[in-house]
Write a protein that binds this ligand. Structure first.
Ligand code: HEC
Ligand code: HEC
Ligand code: HEC
Length: 130
């Protein structure tokens, strides 16, 4: 009734196809997104630095953004201060995205990896390209 010579290879191929994504995940489990700092503004900085230390920014950048928003919207306080001899305001577009103008290779790369989708860009304008 059944042709074993077809069923067995068929099964092997089926099992292979089903486990392939799993095996692929095992191999790539160590993959961490590399947030690119290659932008015109950052490349020109004499001392590469963010608004806080890199370790703090890595985990707390959303808090910084919320503090800035409250400061601007509630208290009308826009001034941030100097970084690498350039004056900045507390602004998502004018400050964060001026240095990190490569949103796709920076913000998006991490966010896609951890599956967060900040809704900020519904209103704030994202930079285009580099
Ligand atoms: C003056 C340029 C500049 C501004 C303004 C700036 N950044 Fe940064 N940012 C950098 C640099 C340079 C680094 C890397 C710092 C280092 O390696 O010590 C960095 C690092 C980071 C990191 C950590 C990346 C990683 O690989 O862990 C995050 C997240 C970040 N910035 C988000 C922001 C956000 C959000 C804002 C606005 C609130 C902002 N940055 C404003 C230049 C800037
Ligand atoms: C090094 C990786 C990394 C980089 C680079 C990064 N983020 Fe994030 N971001 C995260 C992680 C992880 C979370 C989620 C944290 C959590 O849920 O506690 C997050 C969350 C956020 C949130 C809060 C989202 C929410 O729905 O609550 C905002 C806003 C945000 N990021 C803005 C930015 C902006 C703007 C940039 C680029 C200038 C940026 N991030 C770059 C890793 C990163
Ligand atoms: C419903 C529209 C809307 C959304 C969504 C939104 N914002 Fe805003 N945001 C505004 C408006 C309007 C202002 C006031 C602009 C001004 O006075 O310059 C503002 C101001 C700010 C400011 C200070 C001023 C500036 O130039 O950036 C920050 C920082 C900020 N928002 C961060 C965020 C972040 C982070 C998110 C996502 C987690 C977000 N906003 C989502 C509308 C929005």
């Amino acid at each position: 009734m059944y042709d074993k010579s077809k069923i067995i290879p068929g099964l092997i191929i089926f099992v292979g196809l089903v486990t392939l994504p799993f095996l692929y995940n095992l191999v790539t489990a160590d993959f961490k997104p590399e947030a690119s700092l290659d932008t015109p503004v950052i490349n020109k900085m004499s001392k590469k630095q963010c608004v806080r230390s890199k370790d703090i920014m890595k985990t707390e950048h959303m808090k910084v953004l919320h503090e800035w928003r409250d400061s601007v919207v509630r208290h009308g306080e826009r001034e941030y201060g100097m970084i690498d001899e350039v004056k900045y305001e507390k602004s998502l577009q004018k400050t964060c995205m001026k240095c990190h103008s490569n949103k796709k290779d920076f913000c998006d790369r991490c966010h896609t990896y951890v599956d967060v989708k900040p809704y900020c860009w519904n209103c704030h304008i994202a930079p285009e390209g580099k």
